[in-house]
Structure formats: structure tokens, C-alpha cells
Design a protein around this ligand. Structure first.
Ligand code: HEM
Length: 134
């Protein structure tokens, strides 16, 4: 599997050693990703991109892997690099930020402690460089 950042980075700064546990382990991360896509699909600024280009079941499975890995889990991410997955979508910073909002709403929905929610979202933020192309 490729490193999702497209770099050689394998550890994520700012992630505490108990982050995955506080997130509720694999089941907790999966619930969070389900809630994330619930809020994405309710957001009229971005849902059309996912309806037209996405495969929600595949994206939920791959995001569950990726987020567990970012939280320090011994999980291999088996999807495409962030740049390859998003290259043709012409994503704007406004659309990226809409997904970040959905991510915070998902944390509230599944009662993820705010500090550990922030750790995950901060660790995903650098992917913006690979995802926002417009
Ligand atoms: C940090 C933010 C993001 C992360 C971690 C992320 C993660 C992922 C992952 C893991 C995949 C699956 C790759 C694969 O199929 O191998 C994917 C695909 C996709 N993402 Fe994102 N994504 C992010 C931001 C966004 C944004 C902002 C949008 C649009 C507004 C978006 C739209 C899509 C779409 C439509 C696909 C499916 C592409 C395809 O199957 O051809 N993503 N993303």
C-alpha cells in the first residue's frame, strides 16, 4: 500500500499514544466515518461530487483504514494516494473546508472527545496540499 501523503512519512505528529483507544478503536473510527459521510451527503455544497465520482462504500472502508493508521493503529491503508484519488476532481479550498466541517460534526455525532477529534483533523490537514487543485 502507498503512503497516503505521497511522501515517506509514516508517523503523524501530534497524535497521542492513546488516541485510537479514545476514538473507540476500529469500531469507533468506523462509526465516525459513517457519520462523516452522512454529513457530507447532507451538504449541498459537496454532495454532488461524491454522488458523481465517489463510491461511498469503498470510501467508507478506505477512510476507516486511513484514519485508524493516522491515529497510530497497526493498519495498512490499501487505497490510492491522496493526490491520485483527488487529482481529477478539481476540488477547491471551500469544498475541502466543507469536508472538515462534516468531520467535526461527525465527532459530535459519535461523541468523540474534542481533543482527540482535533488531533485527527489536524493530522489530516496537510493532505490539503494533495487534494485541493483548484
Ligand atoms: C483530508 C481530507 C480527505 C481525505 C482524508 C480523503 C480521503 C479519501 C480516500 C481514502 C479516498 C479513497 C481513495 C481510493 O478509492 O483508493 C478518497 C476518494 C475520494 N474523495 Fe476524498 N478525502 C479527503 C477530501 C476530499 C474532499 C474535500 C472531497 C470533495 C469535496 C473528496 C472527494 C473524494 C471523491 C469524490 C473520491 C472518489 C474518487 C474516485 O473514486 O475516483 N475528498 N478520498
Amino acid at each position: 500500500a502507498q503512503d497516503p501523503t505521497g511522501s515517506k512519512q509514516t508517523t503523524y505528529p501530534g497524535i497521542s499514544s492513546d488516541a485510537l483507544e479514545k476514538f473507540g478503536g476500529e469500531a469507533g473510527v468506523h462509526n465516525w466515518v459513517e457519520a462523516l459521510f452522512y454529513y457530507i451527503m447532507l451538504d449541498n455544497r459537496i454532495n454532488k461530487i461524491f454522488i458523481e465520482h465517489g463510491n461511498v462504500a469503498r470510501q467508507i472502508a478506505l477512510n476507516t483504514q486511513l484514519e485508524q493508521m493516522v491515529l497510530g493503529g497497526a493498519v495498512q491503508y490499501e487505497g490510492a494516494s491522496m493526490s491520485a484519488a483527488h487529482a481529477d476532481l478539481g476540488i477547491t479550498l471551500t469544498q475541502f473546508n466543507a469536508v472538515v466541517e462534516a468531520a467535526y460534526n461527525a465527532c459530535e455525532r459519535v461523541n468523540t472527545p474534542y481533543s482527540v477529534c482535533n488531533q485527527l483533523i489536524a493530522a489530516l490537514a496537510p493532505f490539503e496540499r494533495s487534494i485541493v487543485t483548484r
